[in-house]
Design a protein around this ligand. Structure first.
Ligand code: NDP
Length: 331
């Protein structure tokens, strides 16, 4: 038998465990050209919150009573497809199922001999590419510039900061606990970091941490933190709007400062980033990240939650900052 997690209902506000439903089905049997996969690691990501709603977005909504899906690493258990052999590990967008079959479309065999499987869901996967391409394509960092990153201790943010240091920038992170702030400075080499939960005046704290102002803002959270950054941007600064987890669960449109005067006054650029728009650059990004990873210049910190039953809770935990680095579930 094999368990599957379905979208039971669309969340209103913060996602809850009752938004998900577990069902048990027969393990699938494969036919010509197919492979049988056993899930080994599941990526849980803030953007899945958007797909649980039916509002128009860049990715299609999940359907009610249909399986949830995300980036997954799975082991090939049976194969009728010459591209995959039994024992291979593959990565792909797959359903939240213990076992599933696939034609192999969209699956990539990953080399797990030197690199842990889950790293392909984080630093060497979607989140690593988001960090690299968002920063280089929109941020265009130059040596000596100051980069500030919100959600800095998370999957994307922690990689952005490390790349910023490799490229010779001053890097400042914003995160939700003192433990994360310390991790950014001691493990990831950030020049400074701010705990937004214990700081009353974020605009002032950013000014102190960025004495030469902000040249690049890599925004993972939106909301009040991003408003505070605006007061510190430099002329010709670039803002990469990658995510807005602080407002994903809002039931009313968020209110904030008007961005236009800040942009005009500073000739600044603010651009939304969607990884899928940069597919042509994926090989370059993957290769560069793999090289830095091999050279020890990028660390892939993870929070690993165990068990298929824990997937919904691990996902919800993202909204409570339960993760340091990439949140993954080991099955
Ligand atoms: P993270 O690993 O950063 O996990 C989410 C983190 O967000 C938490 O750990 C928490 O850290 C922080 N957070 C949660 N709620 C709030 C809040 N109300 N205010 C401020 N911070 C909060 O996730 P990812 O790295 O996977 O994703 C980061 C962002 O990038 C997300 O917004 C995601 O949607 C987006 N994204 C966009 C992509 C694209 O193509 N546009 C691709 C991938 C990700 P803390 O303890 O510091 O609060």
């Amino acid at each position: 038998m094999s368990r599957t997690i379905l979208l039971n209902k669309r969340p209103v506000g913060r996602p809850e465990l009752s938004d998900f439903k577990f069902v048990t089905e027969e393990k699938p049997t494969i036919t010509t050209g197919e492979v049988l996969l056993r899930t080994s690691y599941v990526s849980v990501d803030p953007y899945l919150r958007g797909r649980m709603s039916d509002a128009k977005s860049y990715a299609a909504p999940f359907e009610l009573n249909k399986p949830m899906s995300s980036g997954i690493i799975a082991e090939v258990m049976e194969s009728n497809n010459s591209n995959f052999k039994v024992g291979d590990y593959v990565s792909g967008m797959l359903e939240w199922k213990e076992f599933q079959k696939s034609t192999g479309e969209g699956l990539k065999v990953v080399d797990t001999t030197a690199v842990g499987q889950s790293v392909y869901l984080g630093a060497l996967g979607m989140t690593g590419m988001t960090a690299y391409l968002g920063l280089t394509e929109i941020g265009k960092p130059k040596k000596g510039e100051t980069i500030i990153i919100s959600g800095a201790a998370g999957a994307v943010g922690s990689i952005v900061g490390q790349i910023g240091k490799i490229l010779g920038c001053r890097v400042v992170g914003i995160a939700g606990t003192d433990e994360k702030v310390n991790m950014l400075k001691t493990e990831f080499g950030f020049d400074d970091a701010i705990n937004y939960n214990t700081t009353d005046n974020m605009a002032e704290a950013i000014a102190t941490a960025c004495p030469d102002g902000v040249d690049i803002y890599f925004d993972n959270v939106g909301g009040a933190i991003s408003d505070a950054v605006l007061f510190n941007i430099n002329k010709f600064s670039r803002m990469i709007i990658c995510g807005a987890i602080a407002v994903y669960n809002n039931t009313e449109p968020a209110k904030g400062v008007s961005v236009q005067p800040f942009l005009v006054k500073n000739s600044a650029l603010m651009q939304g980033f969607i990884l899928g728009n940069y597919a042509a650059k994926f090989p370059e990004a993957t290769q560069q990240l793999a090289t830095w990873f091999k050279e020890g210049k990028i660390k892939a910190t993870e929070t690993v939650v165990e068990g298929f039953d824990s997937i919904p809770q691990a996902f919800i935990g993202l909204f409570d900052g339960k993760n340091k680095g990439k949140m993954v579930v080991k099955i």
